[in-house]
Design a protein around this ligand. Sequence first.
Ligand code: PEP
Ligand code: MG
Length: 881
Amino acid sequence: NKYVYFFGNGMAEGAASMRELLGGKGANLAEMTSLGIPVPAGFTISTEVCQLYYENGRSYTDEIVKQVEENLIRLEKAMGHELGNPDNPLFVSVRSGAAISMPGMMETILNLGMNDETVVGFASQTSNERLAWDSYRRFIQMYGSVAKDIPHHDFEEILAALKKEKGVELDTELDAEDLKELVSRYKELYKRVKGEDFPQDTKVQLWGAIDAVFNSWENERAIKYRQINNIKGLKGTAVNVQAMVFGNFGEDSGTGVCFSRDPSTGENVFYGEFLMNAQGEDVVAGIRTPEKLSTLAEKNPEIYRQLEDVKNRLEKHYKDMQDMEFTIEHGKLYILQTRNGKRTGRAAVKIALDMHKEGLISREEAVMRVTPAQIDQLLHPMIAASDRKSNKAIAKGLNASPGAACGKIVFTASEAEKEAEKGEKVILVRKETSPEDIGGMHAAQGILTSTGGMTSHAAVVARGMGKPSVVGCKDVVIDGDSCLISGQSFNKGDWVTIDGGTGEVFAGRLNLVPPAITDELKEFLSWVDEIRLSAKRKNCPEKGFKVRTNADTPEDARKARDFGAEGIGLCRTEHMFFEKGKIEAFREMIIADSEISRKKALEKILPLQKKDFTGIFKEMAGLPVTIRLLDPPLHEFVHMSHSELEELSMTSGIPQDVIRQRIDALKEQNPMLGHRGCRLGITYPEIYEMQAEAILSAACEVAVSGESVIPEIMIPLVGSVKELVYLKERIVAVADRVIASYGATVTYKVGTMIEVPRAALVADKIAEHAEFFSFGTNDLTQMTFGFSRDDVGSFLPDYLKLDMFEVDPFASLDTEGVGQLVALAAQRGRNTRPDIKLGICGEHGGDPSSIEFCYKTGLNYVSCSPYRVPIARLAAAQAVI
Ligand code: PEP
Ligand code: MG
């Protein structure tokens, strides 16, 4: 069995394709070596050894030890130096490197091989005593803290004390004699804490360092990082042992980091920073300010030319933007690492476009290169990078709606509206929100709530508005006109900043950078659509995979169409009722004590609803518009102030106490499982009849004016076929009457949501009467798990922490459970009615991994809030590829 892979002198046993076994770093070092790139020789101990190390109680088999020692000899031969030989010492670095990069989570040890004798040899070889002793003291410090758990600050204290004694401020002001003294004090510390001398045997050092790297695979922060980033199924980390090269030999040496293209704009320019006479740590520590790469071109054109050549070769080879580390030792260039570079959303789009145009990658590859999250970045303001670095979040909730926002805290929707009118920027901070807060939510820059989950009112509405929002942030405790955030007190008017993309909350006012919708993004999305719309699937008779939007107003419809929506998948009619002028009539309808007075109130609403629908049909001319009939329980509409109650009593002629009784009677123990959805239509068919009339008369008017309309009437919360049959009969009667009265030719569909588990189970029967299904996966998730959508925020964090969920099932579809119901209903529906249109309009319709599931399941389209439409277009195309 092969455990160790050598690279050096233009020959490597590994390759880039062996990432799983050698880790990203090891695989790329091998690949670069084979390509003839100047890489210091070394060897990689495979990830399999990490796994065996843990299986064998943190120890190695004889075979592993033998292979490491053989490879050490090869390394010594390749470099012409020997580990531990005072006359000709070799020094190595020992670094971690897993298959998936986990930056900064695991350990690294540099300058290994330093001891009391090699330090002297090194000093005379380099004629640089100070450098030799500085390298030695750095090694003791690193080895002691990383491999032997001696607290880092114990070393720092000794260093600080010495500097004080010598009356200097900077490390660099210590001379060789001072550093010798420092080494002896570090060794004393080592002996005091460990009860043994600092190891002079360089083999002991090497194995100590290898152990330390393997141990770091299971350190707390690495485990946490894998949890947070959902990294699973890896064997462990590899260990890379590599000859050291020194960038601090003098003015002909240096070190730096470079990118083959600009990682923030994506421009095809060579970008990077370097420092002469320095080691990597110095660049990172920020003691000296690094210089621009262009300065290297002036100072050392030959090295620059070599570096540029390496860059070109690596980029061509990997066909992606590279992030490289290099060191110059005595005027000779070495490459220490290369990897695909991290980039902003803007850069990702530009690089993907350019690389395809340059002939490096196919269109499909270009589309796969940009993540939906990167597209999302482009559509919302973000916290400026420098402010993000220098500020720490004080609390974290659920990342309900992306984008960053800052403003003065207000605690009520009406304050939000008042302040916004004065031109103030505000953040609305509430326990939760409800439909009557819409105005305040609209007026605020962002919304922060202390309760609620990913499908709570605040989350859904904020996403629909494209407002940044953090919900379910337990560390926010509101008390009247002030609140505590993680114990820190805030008054009304104090500034906060929220990042709805990460769920973070910051104290104070951070700088934001605005979104950029560029021509480049448009071009990229046109490639995305080409792929998406030409998709052919066995389980879907229609060509292409469409993206619709959830929109309730003409303005949202227009926005969504601009973002590329191909119709409306869900228009929630109830949101229209909250507007002034409508809510009063609607309340009259609710408290009506007879069918006659109910119908009278509905007559007032009819023309208003019709107007809304007309606007939406016009905006969506030529595209399908699914309008859902009334869904929420009626009590949501009757939260009233005293003066509103008085007014209602006046207009309706019903005494106030009778109205109160009526409202009390509407209260339910479990309103989400109560009198809502089609159950309202069963009890009050006249409501649905009014809505059908408003929809069809709007459609006819728009059709008569020459635009094409494609209305789809959707009945919510159906659980049995009888509910559907009963309501459809009435809707069709109204619709046909209206169409006839206009003498128009309008074809419409009547369909249902599949959001009650029973509906999914009897989907074959339901499809006999439904012309389309739209999966309401918010309710379907709620009812399949039995988790209340509005209360899940209080216990979900525990589930996530305990790994019972990988992700919030209200944000990303639970394909294992809820997904079965979707797949089953899709299949049964198509068995009965092969051309039945299938879509999804729950919040999952904008979630990339759920979109992939919908594609595989044969759905015709996904529907999501306007701001998520571009993300969904990309995710849909990626599902197709
Ligand atoms: C759903 O349940 O998934 C849905 C879209 O309807 P609502 O969120 O309005 O209940
Ligand atoms: Mg629903």
